[in-house]
Design a protein around this ligand. Structure first.
Ligand SMILES: [Zn+2]
Length: 234
């Protein structure tokens, strides 16, 4: 399949995905007296973020955006239906934080993914995590625990340390360069590409890949996740 054919297929999927999101948001709106289903939805091709909610600002219109790179039906590595629904709820929870009253006991943790957002997640059954973890939507969540302000005791501190350590290891793993300039890779959507430049970042590796005369920047970990192969091993 050529790149253009693939893009056309993805564009054709937009109405189906839009209907899926709108029907979910309509149900949630009815439950909470909100109007999330009326917020415009756009689709993009972001390879780094699955979705986003942009609140209304003086120079930007309020909208939801979702990446067909992850949710497109014709993508080889489309995320599961459960993860997709969770993604839609995740973004709806961001919308909710601006449109419902947050009880004061849930305002202790700041940030867009803080306790107010987690509280909204608990109301609609979204996974209260700000990063995408495959199949996390299948796990049972103890919202009571998530929403309780932690008492800092020894066990808790240790647990946080363990988490940080694991994260640090993961970052080291993600920043290990696995390709060389000049390597040819085969991308399920863009076809064959040649790595032109490798950028080593703190916790990731950004590859600049030429597909035809177009250069795309792709995070190496997505290359691995989607099983991009070197066309010829050196
Ligand atoms: Zn988020």
């Amino acid at each position: 399949m050529t790149k253009n054919e693939m893009l056309k297929l993805l564009r054709n999927e937009e109405p189906i995905l839009r209907a899926e999101i709108t029907s979910l948001y309509t149900l949630l709106d009815a439950k909470f007296g909100l109007h999330g289903a009326e917020v415009p939805i756009t689709f993009g091709m972001d390879a780094k973020a699955l979705g986003s909610y942009t609140p209304p600002t003086y120079d930007e219109e309020e909208h939801f955006e979702f990446s067909l790179f992850f949710i497109g039906y014709c993508m080889q590595n489309q995320i599961s239906k459960e993860d997709r629904i969770n993604l839609f709820k995740h973004e709806y929870a961001h919308y909710m934080t601006r449109n419902i009253a947050i009880p004061s006991e849930y305002t202790w943790q700041p940030g867009v993914h803080g306790s107010a957002w987690k509280y909204c997640c608990s109301l609609i059954g979204a996974v209260p995590q700000d990063i995408y973890i495959e199949d996390a939507s299948l796990q049972k969540i103890d919202y009571g625990q998530v929403l309780t302000r932690p008492n800092v005791d020894h066990a808790q501190v240790q647990m946080l340390d363990t988490y940080r350590t694991q994260k640090a290891y993961k970052n080291i793993d993600n920043s290990k360069v696995r390709y060389e300039v000049g390597d040819t890779v085969n991308h399920p959507k863009f076809g064959e590409g040649i790595i032109k430049e490798i950028e080593k970042l703190e916790s990731s590796v950004r590859l600049h890949i030429a597909f035809g005369d177009e250069i795309k920047e792709i995070d190496q970990k997505w290359l691995f996740k989607t099983g991009f192969k070197k066309v010829s091993e050196r």
